[in-house]
Design a protein around this ligand. Structure first.
Ligand code: SF4
Length: 736
């Protein structure tokens, strides 16, 4: 399949899902997010418990082989059996043998992604065991013969109306089902009967305590405990990573999981079972038999699944995936997931941002290739994750591994020389988007011809076909006179000796070659507030290649930036950054790319430009030289600013200067760097942007303001008028 045909296929699949499932996914995810935000506001200990949970997980994974043996002893001394399954086939063979030994005909199951992973239902069907899903969402999918679209809400893509239509068609009730109550009452009664008849109950386990063999089930429907204790045989299937040492270590997870997943302070049912349980068995076919007449017949099997997890443990980059408690918050906080759902943003089993880690660990990187690019690296999931997994980094690492498997296309010569080729073979689009700096230099040096050329229809057709650049998008307009040219043609207005602060301004690629006005505005503003400003060398921060998974190229660029900044930072300059995605490189991603000292120095001294302006004003600088409001403002902050917690400074400065500001609260504008420029993702990008458009519908003629380049471009396209950077709004009038 040619690359262009493959892009069209992807675009078509996304278009179909946006039309069929997008609206319901958006509605249901918005509900989960609102619950999460509210829960976090009530929850003072979130950060402290996240730290504790991460430490517990890190230690438990480190000590996993020992914990497995401790758990084995506990389970066996309780009278159960622990089976450590190498892979899905091994687990299914063992489970089938248990079923055969019990002459089982039916098995009821509670929700468990691990059993989805090993496809136990199909394996049991092959040996003649009928399986019933007892979680309502899983039951809906079983009836519909569909796969889950979300870690905690498997049928999140279905509305109540969809479920009513399905149940009416399949179960043909006397009175058609309509309300949620009618549907749930039917399901409860129907599944209650299946549970009473079942020979075996199967559950997953959210957490397993090594020292006691206790399994913890966190649910909202109560079906898991019914499935576990009604039949006399209980099989719990769970990944090895679910083991924690004991009940003390359980506490943070019980606090965190429901708040992160659904926004509940605690789930309806937190069940702790130490099987085989000693509650009496009931023979529903012989109601006259006294309770407990089958006592002593209970069996318990704990099937611990490896299936690639021990190898993930040995993989430095994938290891943190094993800390995941499967709350789904990363999916919910993701702008793309909110619109397209897990049937696009997910693999065979797992969905959302962390799916890349799981699918790669279990099946290999190819299993993530179809959806990995849907992670734009916006990082909104990072603060949502209750165990602080760096989900964007896992996505980047897998993207890098996938790049290295790609055979160079016959068209690679078109963009040959654009990158140092540190990655080996790369597709032409990856090279193109990953090396915007080279293009920007070329475009600027040859402007305005370059701008005229790339606007020609035949050129855009070729760019779509060979480079995957969406023909609908306006391309950046390169400036012949760069910010550096402008800066060098003037002397710093405020000599160092007279300044209150010394600043080195980082001229990111967009500011230097495209949006030079915002760079000039930043210089004028900082000088007006008493800072001596110097300009660093315009070197790409590494953001563009990193977004394409080109880690080696990004590392080389980060090294070059660090070398350039070194004398400034040694002289105690503050590093001011205009583009939020570059600030995020300095404060977050450079931790992975640079040595510790360089990272610490750069991250500690770097500031968002409006954060810095806020700091200068707070330390006594006068607002007098800055611009006064001439129009009300509609402001959209950048995803990375919100993750870094610096978004509020812009609002605070605008507020202090008397601007009338409305702000958006959507997770992402949909553009996300180069993502929205890609042919296959253009429609998704615009669909995500529509939420931002809706929020500013009443904005009237407010000045559109955004902190990030890509947000600015998306706003310009959504509203067909220009958007500006906040520093241009507050800069002193006049040009220097
Ligand atoms: S990666 Fe974090 S946020 Fe995502 S499902 Fe796992 S625990 Fe939840």
């Amino acid at each position: 399949m040619s690359a262009q045909v493959d892009r069209r296929r992807k675009a078509e699949r996304i278009r179909t899902l946006l039309e069929t499932e997008g609206e319901t996914v958006q509605e249901n995810v918005a509900h989960l997010n609102q619950g999460r935000y509210d829960a976090m506001e009530r929850f003072d200990d979130f950060e402290a418990l996240r730290t504790a949970a991460r430490e517990i997980k890190a230690e438990a994974i480190e000590n996993l082989p020992t914990l497995i043996e401790t758990l084995r002893e506990s389970v066996e001394s309780n009278g159960g059996t622990l089976y450590l399954a190498d892979d899905a086939a091994d687990a299914n063979r063992y489970i089938s043998e248990v079923a055969a030994s019990k002459n089982a005909e039916t098995l009821v199951k509670s929700k468990s992604m691990t059993t989805e992973e090993i496809e136990v239902n199909a394996a049991l069907a092959d040996v003649g065991v009928e399986v019933w899903e007892t979680d309502l969402g899983e039951f809906v999918l079983q009836v519909a013969d569909e796969s889950p679209s979300h870690l905690i809400g498997p049928s999140l893509h279905k509305s109540r109306e969809d479920v009513a239509e399905l149940f009416n068609q399949v179960f043909d009730p006397e009175e058609p089902f309509e309300t949620a109550e009618e549907l749930t009452t039917f399901a409860r009664d129907y599944l209650g009967e299946r549970i009473r008849e079942a020979d075996i109950g199967m559950t997953g386990a959210n957490f397993v305590l090594a020292d006691s063999g206790t399994i913890t089930l966190v649910t909202n429907e109560g079906n898991a405990r019914k499935s576990a204790v009604t039949p006399d045989t209980h099989i719990a299937v769970t990944g090895v990573e679910k083991i924690v040492p004991g009940v003390e270590e359980l506490h943070p997870f019980v606090e965190l999981i429901s708040k992160s997943a659904t926004g509940q302070d605690i789930s309806q049912y937190v069940t702790m079972l130490t099987p085989p349980v000693d509650s009496p068995t009931i023979d529903f076919e012989r109601p006259d038999e006294p309770l407990g007449s089958g006592d002593g017949e209970r069996e318990f099997h704990l099937v611990l699944i490896d299936n690639g997890r021990m190898a993930m443990r040995d993989d430095e980059q994938l290891r943190e995936t094993l800390y995941c408690i499967r709350c789904g918050a990363c999916a919910n906080s993701c702008g793309n997931f909110q619109h397209v759902g897990g049937h696009a943003f997910g693999g065979e089993t797992y969905t959302g941002g962390i799916a890349t880690g799981w699918e790669t660990g279990i099946e290999g990187p190819d299993a993530a290739s179809e959806f990995n690019d849907l992670c734009t690296g916006c990082s909104r999931c990072v603060n949502a994750c209750p165990v602080k997994i760096d989900i964007p980094w896992i996505n980047t690492v897998v993207r890098d591994r996938l790049n290295r498997e790609t055979a160079p296309s016959e068209l690679s010569f078109l963009v040959e020389g654009l990158t140092p080729d540190a990655e080996g073979s790369l597709s032409a689009p990856k090279r193109f988007f990953g090396n915007f700096e080279t293009l920007a230099k070329l475009g600027s040096a040859t402007a305005p011809v370059s701008n005229w050329l790339v606007d020609l229809a035949p050129v855009r057709t070729l760019m779509d076909r060979y480079l995957g650049v969406a023909p609908q998008r306006e391309l950046p307009t390169f400036q012949r006179d760069t910010l550096t040219d402008w800066f060098e043609s003037r002397r710093p207005r405020l000599p160092n000796a007279d300044a209150d602060r010394t600043v080195v301004l980082y001229p990111d690629t967009y500011t230097n070659y495209v949006h030079t006005e915002r760079g000039k505005a930043a210089v004028r503003t900082l000088e007006a507030l008493g800072a001596h400003v110097e300009l660093a060398t315009p070197i790409e921060s590494g953001r563009a290649p990193l977004s394409q998974g080109m880690i080696a190229t990004a590392t080389a660029q980060a090294d070059a930036v660090a070398t350039d900044l070194d004398p400034y930072l040694a002289a105690e300059f503050d590093l001011v950054v205009i583009e939020p995605s570059d600030l995020a490189m300095f404060r977050r991603e450079y931790r992975k790319l640079l040595d510790e000292d360089d990272y610490e120095r750069i991250s500690e001294h770097s500031y968002d430009v409006m954060e810095y302006v806020y700091g200068l004003l707070s330390n006594g600088a006068s607002t007098e030289p800055l611009a006064s409001p001439d129009a009300p403002v509609a402001y959209h902050s950048h995803c990375q600013q919100r993750t870094l917690g610096v978004d509020s400074y812009t609002e605070a400065v605008l507020d202090e200067l008397g601007f009338d500001v409305v702000t958006s609260d959507v997770e992402c504008c949909g553009m996300a760097g180069s993502f929205g420029y890609k042919s296959e993702y253009y429609e998704l990008s615009m669909d995500v942007g529509e939420a931002l458009h809706d929020q500013f519908t009443d904005a009237g003629d407010r000045t559109l303001v955004a902190s990030g380049t890509s947000c600015t471009e998306q706003l310009t396209e959504l509203f067909a008028r220009d958007a500006t950077h906040p520093v241009e709004l507050v800069a002193p009038d006049g040009r220097t």
